[in-house]
Design a protein around this ligand. Structure first.
Ligand code: AMP
Length: 283
């Protein structure tokens, strides 16, 4: 696996691929890699001749400086994980490559799908995400880019950005990988103490319960059911639980185009001070 740190090294890698007319899949990450990230690399390798993953903890998307400081960093073992997954190259850029103008000031993200949920609870978060992914797209210009549906709203925001930029990059959404007990894999899980991890299981359990209620025909009380279950959970601070149209993230009753096969439940909660998100398609 090729280790790429500078823009010059990246250019050499890309020139070589292009001279061979090889297709390239791109997997952006913030490191602390787990099977969820590996599944994106595997999918990229299935659908392209080569895969480049990036590891960059993007300061601009952290609205909470403490969260940025505490975010797990483990470059050595991440490189090993990617090599084991047969990833073609890993890009470890410097701050100055991503932000050549030396600042992280970013513009408002105006996409409708960016307004609620994470957009509301983490002001500035999507500006940072859009800034970094856009820069990566400019630098790498992959054929396809792979994103986890675990960050469902982020996936929709990136799709909106890609459609607007019209760079010819396919945005591919990949299913959430979970631990056997149901917890959605996340780099932040390693910050959870043992008892917090047990508490965190209520998040996926609640999503499954809400999905079961949907399957039995329940429609109106789904978000209330999710909130009730999680608000009654010791050690868990619920930020939001919403049931929305899966394409527009509009409330179901306001969404003319909402189909019964396009409903998603989305949740954010803090457990032991660690912020976790998860979601599930209800059908
Ligand atoms: P992150 O390193 O958290 O920024 O995540 C990098 C990419 O991996 C994003 O597209 C995430 O949505 C995706 N990802 C994170 N966790 C999972 C998971 N459990 N299953 C699938 N994809 C994931």
């Amino acid at each position: 696996m090729q280790l790429i740190k500078s823009q010059e090294e990246l250019q050499g890698f890309l020139d070589d691929l292009r001279s061979r007319q090889a297709t390239l899949g791109f997997v952006p990450t913030m490191g602390a890699l787990h099977q969820g990230h590996v599944s994106l690399v595997q999918r990229a390798l299935q659908e392209n001749d080569a895969c480049i993953a990036s590891i960059y903890v993007n300061p601009a998307q952290f609205n909470d400086p403490k969260d940025f400081e505490c975010y797990p960093r483990q470059e050595g073992s991440d490189i090993h994980t990617l090599a084991q997954a047969s990833c073609t190259a890993v890009f470890l850029p410097e701050y100055s490559t991503i932000y050549p103008k030396g600042n992280t000031a970013s513009t408002e993200v105006h996409y409708e799908v960016a307004q609620g949920l994470e957009g509301k609870h983490r002001p500035g978060h999507f500006s940072g995400v859009v800034a970094v992914v856009r820069r990566f797209f400019e630098l790498i210009a992959p054929d396809r880019a792979y994103f986890g549906l675990k960050d469902y709203q982020q996936y929709l925001v990136i799709r909106a950005m890609a459609a607007e930029l019209n760079m010819g990059i396919d945005i591919v959404g990949c299913e959430t990988v979970r631990d056997p007990d149901g917890l959605a894999m996340s780099s932040r899980n390693q910050l959870l103490r043992e008892q917090d991890r047990t508490t965190a299981l209520h998040i996926s359990a609640t999503l499954r319960e809400v999905k079961a209620a949907y399957s039995k025909g329940e429609r109106k009380g789904l978000a209330a059911l999710g909130r009730k279950l999680l608000q009654g959970c010791n050690g868990l601070d619920l930020e939001y639980f919403e049931v929305l149209d899966a394409k527009s993230l509009r409330p179901m009753e306001h969404s003319a185009e909402a189909q019964k096969d396009e409903v998603v439940a989305l949740v954010a909660a803090r457990v032991g001070g660690i912020r976790l998100i998860d979601n599930m398609r209800l059908c």
